[in-house]
Design a protein around this ligand. Structure first.
Ligand code: MG
Length: 251
């Protein structure tokens, strides 16, 4: 199933995307079974919203071998973890705002896990039961504000620094997906989620042993090598096999 969140007639709704149509659901996709309102919209005609409103986006740093090598950093033995605030969320086709404080703004293509139900002390073998599906994230980073051995809250916490979408899908195998980023049509990153150092069941288990993960919370699994800067007016696209294209413009 593919889930979207969208705006229609001044209100927010969740829906299920099927063949270019959105079937509106009552409430949220976290309440099962789903109930449909009977209303339908054309996917091309709605304003998409970030596919979830998260209480926290838990992000993993240095989770692809090639990205760690790019920074000359050793392969971590435990995950490097940081949080993005809920106010950093942006939707597919929203602008990413280039902050005045920043002098180098980077994209980071990432596979994001969306939590489907409250998760605390989850075992690795049960992790899949707590996942609603997968979407694309751009872990936008003010690189010049990211000291290599310090806190990353400022560098990664600006408004619009967490574009997500366009939709959430539970129809992909997250262990083997091509992940690509492009700036103005030029390919910048290309890898496969099979190169992740810390894998998704481990991350759900490890993180849920620390903090309760709530429905809609996001785990962003880290970015492959090939990061570089963006300028105002650039168009950044992240594509993950089976999850569509997340496209944003720098403003
Ligand atoms: Mg990242």
């Amino acid at each position: 199933m593919k889930y979207v969140r969208f705006e229609a007639n001044g209100k927010d709704f969740y829906g299920v995307l099927e063949n270019g149509r959105i079937r509106t659901i009552e409430g949220t996709p976290f309440q099962k079974p789903l109930h449909f309102t009977g209303e339908e919209h054309n996917y091309e005609n709605v304003k998409l919203l970030p596919p979830v409103q998260f209480s926290k986006a838990v992000c993993i740093g240095l989770n692809y071998r090639d990205h760690a090598e790019e920074f000359g950093l050793p392969i971590p033995e435990t995950p490097v973890v940081f949080l993005k605030p809920s106010t950093s969320a942006a939707a597919h086709s929203d602008n990413i705002i280039y902050p005045a404080l920043c002098h180098r703004l980077d994209y980071e293509a990432e596979l994001a896990v969306v939590i489907g139900k409250k998760a605390k002390d989850v075992k690795e073998e049960e992790a899949a039961d707590y996942i609603l599906g997968y979407t694309i994230a751009n872990d936008v980073t003010a690189r010049d504000l990211q000291p290599k051995n310090g806190q990353w809250t400022i560098a990664k916490g600006f408004d619009t620094f967490m574009p997500l979408g366009p939709y959430i899908s539970d129809e992909v195998n997250p262990e083997n997906l091509m992940i690509t980023s492009r700036v103005n049509g030029k390919t910048k990153q290309m890898s496969n989620t099979s190169n992740l150092i810390f894998r998704i069941p481990y991350l759900v288990s490890y993180l849920s042993s620390v903090m309760t993960l709530l429905p809609g919370d996001v785990i962003s699994t880290g970015t492959p090598g090939g990061i570089s800067g963006m300028n105002k007016g650039d168009v950044v696209e992240i594509e993950i096999e089976g999850l569509g294209i997340l496209k944003n413009t720098i403003a």
